[in-house]
Design a binder for this molecule. Structure first.
Ligand code: ADP
Ligand code: MG
Length: 352
């Protein structure tokens, strides 16, 4: 079913935004730190038209679900929260948004850590920008998308996902300082390409684990007397913290340092080592990995042609990312999945 079939009219505008995969800098964005994501080829597209009545009508092709909501009513907790949130944050800026027909379709896998939520928000805000001829730059779009997710979908996310979806492309790494929003598009390590494999394990604990880690980081920053863990670059400074907070902050500090090293431009081999170190740190210090992800990462790391691998996204399930020899990712994926799928989980290739 397309827009025409659902709404019996033609759309007025179409807009898209990609998903993203984060190569280095995990759980650093809410610590004001540094991240290094790239856009993936999969994207979300929205089609917008004017609603014939006083309701918004939101349709998702993937969910085959339609939600109708009066513009003045609270939106039910659902995929519609992300779309309605984009409208809501604009209205809070004093922009009038008419009742809309919205049709969403996407090739970004949902809930695997490739940020289908940010792709939806950025696509929706781009669509609104073009429909209402709004003067919003790409950074503002990312910030409004983040606000929509925080205020309407109830996810206390950092700014990485929306910035990556709004500003990254598939040919570069996006270095981003999440405090200052200073950014730079960087080339991939020479002779390398990206492989993303979904572990097939749902991220059931991701929400609660994420919030708990945020609180631990805030507490560590408070005990250290700094605004955020990003302000610490030397692990010596955390020696006196209680054991748990020490481990949490050691992850954030070393992860920030890994991003800063990679930003300088390193070989694919060194970049791979940084990814391996990142996984070990997420597993041992940050404790957001689980046995299935460790298993998949281990298989990846042992496969010839892989420079390095780690879990990507918040953890507790979802996808793993690897840096492989250019041109080899597809063949490596088959080899890895043959081994991985012998165990109880069924993984699948997401990129390339
Ligand atoms: P991720 O962003 O890692 O994919 P999230 O849990 O943050 O995972 O966001 C996934 C949610 O975003 C989905 O449960 C759904 O509510 C919404 N969403 C994303 N893409 C679509 C889509 N194509 N159609 C409907 N809802 C979508
Ligand atoms: Mg998301």
């Amino acid at each position: 079913m397309d827009f025409q079939q659902i709404f019996n009219a033609a759309p007025k505008v179409e807009a898209s935004a990609p998903g993203r995969v984060n190569l280095l800098g995990e759980h650093t964005d809410y610590n004001d730190g540094f991240v290094l994501p790239t856009a993936i080829p999969q994207k979300t597209t929205v089609y917008l038209g004017l609603s014939p009545d006083d309701q918004h009508h939101f349709y998702s092709q993937e969910l085959e679900e339609q939600i109708d909501v009066k513009t003045s009513d609270p939106v039910p907790e659902s995929f519609a929260s992300y779309i309605f949130g984009c409208i809501g944050v604009l209205e809070k800026q004093g922009i009038t948004v008419p009742p809309l027909n919205v049709y969403v379709t996407s090739s970004v896998p949902m809930g695997s850590g490739l940020s289908s939520s940010a792709a939806l928000e950025v696509a929706m805000l781009r669509g609104l920008r073009s429909l209402l001829q709004l003067d919003l730059d790409d950074v503002r779009i990312a910030q409004l998308g983040q606000e929509a997710e925080r205020q309407y979908a109830g996810v206390q996310c950092g700014i990485m996902d929306q910035m990556a979806s709004s500003l990254a492309d598939t040919n570069h790494l996006l270095f981003l300082d999440t405090r200052t929003l200073d950014r730079e598009l960087l080339p991939f390590p020479s002779g390398a390409e990206i492989l993303v494999i979904d572990s097939g394990i749902p991220r059931t604990l991701a929400g609660s684990g994420y919030n708990q880690r945020r609180e631990e980081c805030e507490e560590a920053a408070k005990q250290l007397g700094v605004g955020a863990l990003r302000d610490i670059s030397d692990v010596e400074a955390i020696a006196h913290l209680p054991e748990l907070l020490k481990r949490r902050s050691r992850h954030v500090i070393t992860e920030d340092n890994r991003v800063l090293e990679a930003r300088k431009g390193v070989s694919a081999e060194r970049f791979g080592e940084l990814m391996n170190d990142s996984h070990a740190s997420l597993r041992d210090d940050y404790e957001v990995s689980i046995a299935g992800l460790d298993h998949l990462v281990e298989i990846l790391q042992k496969t010839p042609g892989v420079f390095g691998a780690r879990l990507t996204g918040a953890g507790f399930g979802g996808a793993c990312v690897a840096l492989t020899v250019a041109g080899k990712a597809k063949a490596i994926a088959q080899q890895v999945l043959e081994q991985y799928n012998r165990a109880e989980q069924i993984g699948r290739v997401l990129v390339p």
